[in-house]
Design a protein around this ligand. Structure first.
Ligand code: SAT
Ligand code: MN
Length: 586
């Protein structure tokens, strides 16, 4: 008797008609074989093997360089289950539309069966997915990003408990590109893209969109959050999870080299993009990282902004859409060192000054987590690590102070639900436009976001010790258009304040939006920052916030009567606090 997995693979092969089927075991030998094949057919370009051993460059099709949110659908029987912020299609219609694109799409090509575990191999909270793909680049990337191969097959056995994902490059024509999620049957179909979150189906498609649906049903949380541990001088580590939209610095924060290292504050990396969190037997929220690698944005990465990744991504790393120097080393805008003669841009052309960026702004490195010097020794703890704080943030040139703390769980959920950020190159479309991105999950929530807010509200009371909820903004600018805060390793000063709040030893000023640090409660020694700048960083302008809260109210109207009353209540309560404070100021 065929197992459920064998039957599904057979069915997928009948549809896509590959010349050959390869079951991936995740071994070193297999990786070498796939790499050699990709070097032969041009999918991989060899980088300098002396300075970057086992590193390769992949150039994706120029029309396929980022997630395509407009082509991403949640396919549920009822439209309201997908909600007003997702593209929706009925499952039968979606299949009718996309099946012809898969029909024969792997003719003459190899189909790779890629089984993978999301989460530590031995964790009861880990889950299994199987991606069928005609891209060897996807298969080798999945080997870095997840526990791929034999371990997953062994754990699955003959069970039907896996999330199938069918992927084919198709013809890479954006008009025939679809990323379809069927959460009711836990199925993913993606065709026409070979890039990142569109094609590595374990990442956004399963670990966020399908998993968020499962989490709502099963009483846990699947969030677009990094996980880090902040070690204090006594050696105690406090874990925090932070949600920022794509390409807003989650990887850099999670891998930070602390500016307060000499004082005994260190940051340990558990994850850089996704957190799965369960209520532990101790009443704490416990987080695992479903991934095993980092798919990070290369441009802007250097020895100052992320020294740990610079030390990790010099071996066994796949680079996508970066530039290449004449000596075969990866290069991008913002790396240490100016462009050198003979630079080849991300499209494979000779780069010249004035010919645009050499690396694509959304160029990426795919690096095994195990190579980071900052990796927490507890990162594979099967029970997950206890989360003491949630941190929300985004890119906001104005308005939001460096950090503030919400009043309680319900208010904190409101703070998360109202985050806004300027868009980045991680998705196609305009860059730098402000948009609401609740919990940084707008592109990743697999169901109605109003119900998602309700799920968040319901989780707090299940926890004996719910995480305290904060908001940060590293991106506030002064009147001169320059960033007010240095960011990167200095952000540890904000993490330390958060820790001190948790330990009830940091001062704060009550404002209508929440508690802002008193200037003396921030540890600023060794940092030259003027009193005026600090004041500007921490200031809360009630009139600006009145406008903000009105915009939030407008945004919430999208959800109609499905918006949880507690969220609407928080929006009005903030309006009241703000108007009282402007009256008091007069
Ligand atoms: O391309 S991905 O979706 O994996 C990256 C991101 O948007 O965070
Ligand atoms: Mn992300």
């Amino acid at each position: 008797m065929a197992t459920p997995l064998e039957s599904w693979v057979e069915e997928s092969a009948r549809l896509t008609k590959p010349a050959k089927i390869v079951w991936c075991d995740g071994s070193e030998a297999e990786n070498e074989r796939l790499t050699a094949e990709m070097l032969r057919d041009g999918t991989f370009i060899e980088l300098n093997q002396k300075t970057f051993p086992n590193c390769h460059l992949h150039r994706s099709h120029p029309n396929d360089v980022a997630r395509t949110e407009q082509l991403t659908f949640i396919c549920t029987r009822k439209k309201e289950d997908a909600g007003p912020t997702n593209n929706w299609m009925a499952p039968a219609d979606a299949k009718e539309k996309v099946r012809p694109l898969f029909d024969g799409s792997m003719k003459g090509r190899t189909m790779y069966v890629v089984p993978y575990i999301l989460g530590p191999e031995k964790s009861p909270y880990s889950k299994i997915g199987v991606e069928v793909t005609d891209s060897a680049y996807v298969a080798t990337s999945m080997r870095i990003m997840s526990r791929m191969g034999k371990a997953a097959l062994d754990r699955l056995g003959s069970s039907a408990d896996f999330v199938p994902g069918l992927h084919s490059l198709g013809d890479l024509d954006p008009s025939r590109r679809f990323i379809m999620h069927f959460p009711e049957e836990k199925l993913i179909w993606s065709v026409g893209s070979g890039y990142g979150g569109n094609a590595l189906l374990g990442k956004k498609c399963f670990a966020l969109r399908i998993a968020s649906w499962m989490a709502r049903d099963q009483g846990w949380m699947a969030e677009h959050m990094l996980i880090l541990g902040l070690e204090d001088p006594s050696g105690k580590v406090t874990y925090m999870a932070a949600a920022f939209p794509s390409a807003c610095g989650k990887t850099n924060l999670a891998m930070m080299v602390s500016a307060l290292g000499a004082q005994g504050y260190r940051v340990w990396t558990v994850g850089d993009d996704i957190a799965w969190m369960h209520v532990g037997s101790d009443g704490m929220l416990r987080a695992i990282n479903p991934e095993a690698g980092f798919f990070g944005v290369a441009p802007g990465t250097n020895a100052k902004t992320n020294p740990n990744v610079m030390n990790a991504a010099n071996r066994n790393t796949i680079y996508t859409n970066v530039a290449m120097t004449a000596s075969g080393e990866p290069w991008w805008e913002g790396i240490d060192g100016a462009p050198t003669d003979g630079l080849i841009n991300w499209k494979g052309e000779n780069w010249t000054t004035g010919s645009g960026p050499a690396a694509h702004p959304n160029a990426r490195y795919t690096v095994p987590a195990s190579q980071s010097p900052s990796l927490s020794k507890n990162w594979q703890d099967p029970e997950g690590l206890p989360i003491s704080a949630f941190i929300f943030g985004g890119r906001r040139a104005r308005l939001a102070p460096l950090v503030y703390e919400s009043h309680d769980w319900q208010h904190g959920v409101f703070v998360g639900a109202t985050i806004s950020s300027e868009t980045t190159a991680a998705a196609t479309g305009a860059v730098g436009v402000s948009r609401r991105d609740p919990m940084a999950m707008l592109p990743f929530c697999g169901y109605n976001m109003a119900d998602y807010f309700g799920h968040w509200l319901a989780m707090g009371p299940k926890l004996k010790n719910p995480p305290r909820i904060f908001h940060v903004n590293w991106f506030r600018k002064g009147a001169d258009g320059k960033f007010l805060w240095p960011g990167y390793g200095e952000n540890v000063r904000v993490l330390k304040w958060i820790l001190d709040r948790i330990e009830n030893r940091a001062g704060a000023t009550e404002t209508p939006i929440g508690c802002v640090p008193t200037p003396s409660s921030l540890t600023l020694d060794g940092l030259s920052i003027s009193r005026d700048t600090l004041q500007e960083l921490l200031s809360v302008d009630s009139n600006d916030w009145i406008a903000e809260d009105q915009a939030v109210g407008e945004f919430f109207k999208k959800f109609g009567s499905s918006l949880p009353p507690a969220i609407a209540h928080e929006q009005k309560a903030l309006a009241d606090r703000l108007s009282r404070s402007t009256v008091a100021a007069k």
